[in-house]
Design a protein around this ligand. Structure first.
Ligand SMILES: NC(=O)c1ccc[n+]([C@@H]2O[C@H](COP(=O)([O-])OP(=O)(O)OC[C@H]3O[C@@H](n4cnc5c(N)ncnc54)[C@H](O)[C@@H]3O)[C@@H](O)[C@H]2O)c1
Length: 463
C-alpha cells in the first residue's frame, strides 16, 4: 500500500533534516497526533546525549527500538518523526517518507546542538553518505517540503515527465490500461511503452461524459481479464478516471488502480481522493464507490495539448482551491499550481476520506454551478458554471468577487430559471451551503434564507 490511509506516516532521514518541524506540520494538516521518537525516549531514559555517553550507542539503539515498537502498534494513525539512526522496513505499520536534506544544511542546523553524532564535521559527513542510500531503500518516497509530504501521504506524485517513468509507479504483475479515444491517440503509445511487458490489455472509452454510463462500465468490466493481483491504470480526464476507478472498485470486488490524470480538472481534482462514479438518467454521479487509487501520477507536461475550453474548466477548480486555501494559487506557474492544488485536495480527503463532514467544503460554488448546468440542459460548460457559482458563494459570504472576476471573467448565462431553482433545492443537501468566513476559512452553513439564495442565483442568469 502506497498511502497513509489508516496507517501511520513515519518520517525518517538524517539528523538536521527537519523531521520534527515537518512532522508537526504534517500532523496538523492530516488532523493527526504528532509523536517524536526522541521525546518518547527522553521520557524513559532522560537526555539522549547523556544516556548515549554513559551507555554507548548499542544500548541506545536497544532503547530506541523498544520505544518505537509500541508506537507503531498504536491503532489510531499518527505522524511519527524517527531518529536518524532508524533505518528499517516499517511497511507493515507505516508509510515511510524520507525527509531529504543537503549535507551542508544538516550540518549548519546541528553543529552546535551537542548531539552525540554531530560533534565532528568529518565523522558527520561520512555518516551522511553511509546512510544516504540506505534511507532510500526503506522509504516509500522522498520529500522536501510539507506539500510533498501531504501528496506522498495520499499516494500522489507530481513530476514533469512522470509519464515516461509510469512503470515504476504502478504496482502489480499485470496491468490493464484504460483511456479515451483522444487521450489514447496522444499519450497512449508513451504509456504503453512505459508499462512494458506487464501491460496485458488496453481499453478505450468514448471521450467525455459518454464514458460515464452503466453501459460503458459494463463493457469495460466484460473486457477486463485481470486477476486480483492486477492493476487498472486510468489515463485521461475526470471521465476516464471516474469510470476506470469505479470498474477497479467493482471488478472481482475490487482491484488496485492508478490514476494518471491528463486534464487540469483531473490533476487538481477528479483523480484525487478516491471518489469514482457514473451518471444515470436520475442524475450525475448517482452510482459510485469510494476507492482510493493506489497511486495518482500527475505529469503537468500532459496539459500542453489540452484544448483551451478544457483548461478553463480546470482553472475554475484552481480558483476554488485558492479561495478555500486562502492563497492566490492561480497566480503560480502551472506545474506549481497543480502541485499546490493537488496537495490541498489530498489533505482534505485524507482527513475525511468518505465525506462524513469536512470534505463537503470542496463543493464551494458547486451547488450554484449544478443548478445552472441543469437549468441549461447541460449546455453551459462546467468551468463557466463553477466560475459563476463561486461568484454567488462569495456574494453570500459578503466577500469581494474581484479575483474570480479577474481570473475567470464569468458572464451571466441564459438558463431556465425554474429548472435551475429546482435543481438548487435538490442539490442543497439539508439546505446546506458552503460559504467562506474569509478566504481560507470555509464553513458549511444551513442558515442562509432561501430568498437570498434565489437572489444570488438570479444574478448569474442573463435575461
Ligand atoms: N471523482 C471526483 O472527485 C471528481 C471531481 C471532479 C470532477 N469529476 C468528474 O470529472 C468529469 C470531468 O472531467 P474532465 O473535465 O477532466 O473532462 P473529460 O474527462 O471529459 O476530458 C475532457 C476532454 O479533454 C480530452 N482530453 C483529456 N486530456 C487531454 C489532453 N491532455 N490533451 C488533449 N485532450 C485531452 C478528453 O478526451 C475529453 O474529450 C466529470 O464527469 C466530473 O463529474 C470527478
Amino acid at each position: 500500500v502506497a498511502t497513509a490511509l489508516g496507517r501511520h506516516v513515519a518520517l525518517i532521514g538524517f539528523m538536521g533534516a527537519g523531521k520534527t518541524t515537518l512532522g508537526r506540520e504534517l500532523a496538523a494538516r492530516l488532523g493527526r497526533e504528532f509523536v517524536d521518537l526522541d521525546d518518547e525516549i527522553e521520557r524513559r531514559v532522560g537526555p539522549i546525549g547523556e544516556f548515549f555517553d554513559r551507555m554507548g550507542e548499542a544500548a541506545f539503539r536497544e532503547v530506541e527500538a523498544a520505544t518505537l515498537q509500541p508506537l507503531l502498534e498504536r491503532r489510531v494513525p499518527t505522524v511519527l518523526a524517527l531518529g536518524g539512526g532508524v533505518i528499517r522496513d516499517l511497511r507493515e505499520w507505516a508509510l515511510t517518507l524520507l525527509v531529504d536534506v543537503r549535507l551542508e544544511d544538516a550540518w549548519e542546523r546541528v553543529r552546535d546542538t551537542g548531539r552525540p553524532l554531530a560533534r565532528d564535521d568529518d565523522a558527520f559527513r561520512q555518516l551522511f553518505y553511509q546512510r544516504a542510500t540506505r534511507y532510500r531503500e526503506v522509504a516509500d518516497a522522498a520529500v522536501t517540503d510539507l506539500e510533498d509530504a501531504v501528496l506522498a501521504a495520499g499516494g500522489v506524485h507530481v513530476e514533469t515527465g512522470a509519464l515516461e517513468r509510469l512503470g515504476e509507479f504502478v504496482p502489480g504483475s499485470a496491468v490493464a490500461l484504460v483511456s479515451d479515444r483522444h487521450v489514447a491517440g496522444i499519450y497512449g503509445a508513451d504509456a504503453q511503452l512505459a508499462l512494458g511487458a506487464r501491460l496485458v490489455s488496453t481499453h478505450e472509452l468514448p471521450p467525455g461524459g459518454e464514458a460515464k454510463t452503466l453501459a460503458s462500465a459494463e463493457r469495460l468490466l466484460n473486457d477486463l481479464k485481470l486477476d486480483r493481483r492486477g492493476t487498472v491504470v486510468a489515463l485521461g480526464g475526470g471521465c476516464v478516471t471516474d469510470v476506470a476507478g469505479f470498474v477497479a472498485a467493482t471488478h472481482l470486488r475490487g482491484v488496485p488502480w492508478v490514476a494518471v490524470p491528463t486534464t487540469l480538472v483531473g490533476q487538481v481534482d477528479a483523480a484525487i481522493g478516491g471518489k469514482t462514479g457514473l451518471d444515470t438518467p436520475a442524475g450525475k454521479n448517482r452510482i459510485g464507490a469510494f476507492h482510493w487509487p493506489e497511486r495518482t501520477i500527475i505529469d503537468p507536461a500532459l496539459l500542453a495539448t489540452l484544448p483551451e475550453r478544457e483548461r478553463r474548466n480546470g482553472l475554475a477548480e484552481v480558483v476554488k482551491t485558492g479561495l478555500l486555501a486562502g492563497e492566490p494559487l492561480w497566480e503560480l506557474p502551472e506545474p506549481e499550481q497543480v502541485r499546490r492544488c493537488a496537495a490541498f485536495k489530498t489533505a482534505v480527503c485524507l482527513r475525511d476520506p468518505t465525506e462524513q463532514g469536512e470534505r463537503a467544503i470542496l463543493n464551494l460554488g458547486h451547488t450554484f454551478a449544478h443548478a445552472l448546468e441543469a437549468g441549461s440542459g447541460y449546455t453551459v460548460p462546467h468551468g463557466e458554471a463553477v466560475a459563476l457559482g463561486l461568484r454567488a458563494a462569495l456574494r453570500l459570504s459578503g466577500l469581494p468577487t474581484s479575483d474570480v472576476d479577474a481570473v475567470l471573467r464569468p458572464e451571466p448565462v441564459r438558463v431556465d430559471r425554474e429548472r435551475a431553482r429546482r435543481a438548487l433545492a435538490a442539490d442543497k443537501k439539508g439546505g446546506r451551503l458552503v460559504l467562506l468566513e474569509a478566504p481560507g476559512k470555509p464553513t458549511v452553513t444551513a442558515g442562509v434564507p432561501i430568498a437570498d439564495v434565489h437572489a444570488a442565483l438570479d444574478e448569474l442568469i442573463a435575461e
